[in-house]
Design a protein around this ligand. Structure first.
Ligand code: DC
Length: 231
């Protein structure tokens, strides 16, 4: 579409299709797509599997002590058209989106040391530009200089229904009520935490996709992208 490689920052509420949207944009532009939520989920999974979370209670000092042992990397999976996430060489893509991880990830992602480690990694990944990164603090903290910032949202019930379909299609036994509860409580936790809370960057444009198809979102994106790159 052009030869000026930019950084596209996509922030917003949980389960509003940020990754689907970001992945489609990256494929269109030949950019790298980075799902930063997957990184916070991977740390949470590691903490769950190594005894730093018990009965849903996160032991912050144990998580911090574990951080040097957690090596995260992404490897492109041509079948998915996106990168899979690995922890210490193990593929964890399929294990990080369970309701158990979802219920603990906000607490883990509010730990300053966790954020410092992951933000530094994200900034390194964006050094060569040509990236679409989705998360909560990309336009505000990770890449405040990103050329195009999008703030995504959707009605909480619409989001819960989408996630419910996704999880039940995979065979997970979940109820719409528990997913709705998780969506709403994560919004609250993400927006009220002390460090890097989710908020719209002043120069971000809002996309409410409650009643939009992926195609309609891509049309909307094309307009915004043209405006930024000037073609
Ligand atoms: O995008 P997601 O739902 O997979 O993200 C999981 C959690 O990780 C989310 O509840 C908040 C946290 N997160 C964050 O704090 N900062 C980011 N850049 C991305 C995710």
């Amino acid at each position: 579409m052009d030869n000026k490689r930019i950084i596209i920052a996509i922030d917003g509420h949980s389960s509003c299709g940020k990754s689907t949207f970001a992945k489609a944009i990256a494929a269109r532009l030949g950019y790298i797509f980075i799902d930063t939520g997957a990184m916070y989920r991977a740390v949470t999974l590691y903490a769950l599997e190594h005894g730093a979370i018990n009965s849903g209670i996160v032991d912050e000092s144990q998580v911090v002590a574990m951080l040097p042992q957690i090596e995260i990397d992404f490897r492109f999976n041509p079948q998915r058209g996106a990168s899979d996430i690995y922890v210490n060489g193990d593929l964890v893509e399929g294990k990080i989106r369970t309701i158990e991880v979802s219920n603990c990830v906000s607490a883990v992602s509010s730990i300053a040391e966790v954020r410092a480690k992951l933000v530094a990694m994200q900034q390194r990944m964006g050094e060569r530009r040509g990236v679409v990164m989705d998360g909560r603090d990309i336009g505000t903290v990770v890449f405040p200089e990103a050329e195009l910032k999008i703030y995504m949202t959707a009605d909480p019930m619409v989001r819960a229904e989408r996630r419910f379909k996704e999880l039940t299609a995979k065979g997970d036994k979940v109820t719409i009520e528990e997913i709705y509860e998780n969506v709403v409580s994560r919004d609250k936790a993400d927006m009220t935490r002390a460090i890097s809370p989710l908020r719209k960057a002043d120069d971000a444009i809002v996309l409410d996709n409650s009643h939009m198809s992926v195609e309609q979102q891509m049309e909307w994106f094309d307009e915004q992208y043209r405006r930024v790159v000037g073609c």
